[in-house]
Design a protein around this ligand. Structure first.
Ligand SMILES: NC(=O)C1=CN([C@@H]2O[C@H](COP(=O)(O)OP(=O)(O)OC[C@H]3O[C@@H](n4cnc5c(N)ncnc54)[C@H](OP(=O)(O)O)[C@@H]3O)[C@@H](O)[C@H]2O)C=CC1
Ligand SMILES: CCCCCCCCCCCCCCCC(=O)[C@@H](N)CO
Length: 336
């Protein structure tokens, strides 16, 4: 009996994947026309390092003027010089703004105003500034919880709030949020971090509905572990459990994450994922997120049950990791 159900589900999956692939090829190559960035102004918070910096490089390659927002002025200048090398035209500009995204709102507004004076009206805002702190919940200070929320969530919310009226008036533009695969399912060691990344999804969904009539799109990216300076920092004191569980979604380069994110954003896709696990996870977590891709909707409709089953295997594996790590720690303690 069980194997008949399994066979039926497999057949269903193969048919759906087949249809999706044919449609996907058609839509991907012929129908979906990405918007052009030539001469447009793109603002990237967290643009001086990691995913944000590579996103800036991609935008520069596509002919955009780029404004970078981060705290450290030296790092900003360094990134500016690197990004300029990738500009496709001599008149392209890259400007730096040393602003804390979690600082006072007046400062955020001033940064946006100044950047628009220098580089023109904003076409795309990418909220990449953020950080991760991996620790068991009882080892996480309340201060750290507040800071994660202030930088990862409020930072993105304040910048979005500051650019929206202008974009609505112009009837063109796009907002990008960088969440995380840890913003789709809560895992060991990421309690405080996950909350800040889940929050971004709620914001993005509501905003997408508000902005759609104004021809504005919202994209939220859910990257897996990405090889950046921020990732190296997070690894210094990351619990073994968090590392092992995260690893099951793979490790990707910031170039890959940034390229996909820009492509998805310019095509108006709401969800941007990287890798097979990322795609499967976004499928099972599709919920009531906006429908921006017919192919994705088709895949979600026909494979949701099966992918949920696959997710149960992953969760089972994660629980095993947690138990194993606990046993190993106990063993070590006893041998001391
Ligand atoms: N790397 C990874 O494995 C993953 C990362 N992400 C998310 O992607 C985003 C980028 O991460 P990643 O590229 O690894 O990080 P990096 O640490 O390499 O870069 C972070 C950037 O954000 C800036 N930044 C940090 N805090 C603030 C602040 N308070 N105000 C203004 N700017 C700030 C940093 O500059 P400065 O310090 O000078 O301010 C820097 O430019 C983050 O939101 C992260 O949570 C999501 C999934 C996986
Ligand atoms: C059918 C379902 C399949 C799903 C399998 C995949 C499950 C992945 C678990 C979560 C991975 C969390 C990575 C967070 C990376 C991150 O945000 C930090 N590195 C930040 O710097």
């Amino acid at each position: 009996m069980l194997h008949i159900i399994w066979d039926l589900m497999t057949i269903e999956f193969v048919i759906v994947t087949g249809i999706a692939l044919i449609f996907g090829t058609w839509v991907g190559f012929y129908a979906a026309k990405p918007r052009s960035l030539k001469g447009k102004h793109v603002m990237i918070t967290g643009g001086s390092s990691g995913i944000g910096k590579y996103l800036a490089i991609e935008c520069a390659k596509n002919g955009a003027h780029v404004s970078l927002v981060a705290r450290n002025p030296a790092l900003l200048e360094e990134a500016r010089a690197e990004i300029l090398k990738f500009a496709s035209a001599a008149e392209q500009k890259v400007s730096c703004f040393s602003t804390d995204v979690s600082g006072p709102y007046e400062q955020v507004e001033r940064t946006v105003l100044q950047a628009e004076e220098e580089l023109g009206p904003l076409f795309l805002l990418a909220n990449c500034a953020g950080y991760a702190k991996a620790a068991r919940f009882e080892d996480t200070s309340v201060e750290e919880m507040k800071k994660l929320m202030a930088v990862n969530y409020l930072g993105a919310a304040q910048f979005s709030r500051a650019v929206i009226s202008g974009m609505k008036g112009r009837r063109e533009g796009s907002i990008v949020f960088v969440s995380s695969q840890g913003g789709l399912c809560g895992i060991y060691g990421f309690a405080a971090y996950a909350a800040s990344k889940f929050a971004l999804r709620g914001l993005a969904e509501a905003l997408a509905m508000e902005l759609k009539p104004y021809n504005l799109t919202v994209t939220v990216s859910f990257p897996p572990d990405t090889d950046t300076p921020g990732f190296a920092e997070e690894n210094k004191d990351k619990p073994e459990e968090t590392r092992l569980i995260s690893e099951s979604a793979g490790l990707f380069s910031p170039e890959t994450v940034a390229k996909l994110l820009l492509d998805h954003s310019l095509k108006g896709k709401f969800i941007s994922t990287v890798g097979l696990e990322g795609f499967l996870q976004s499928t099972v977590c599709a919920g009531m997120s906006p429908v921006t891709s017919f192919v994705d909707l088709l895949i979600q409709v026909f494979s949701m049950g099966l992918v949920r089953l696959v997710s149960a295997f992953y969760l089972f594996k994660f629980d095993r990791i947690v138990v194993k790590c606990m046993e190993n720690r106990d063993k070590k303690k006893r041998s001391l």
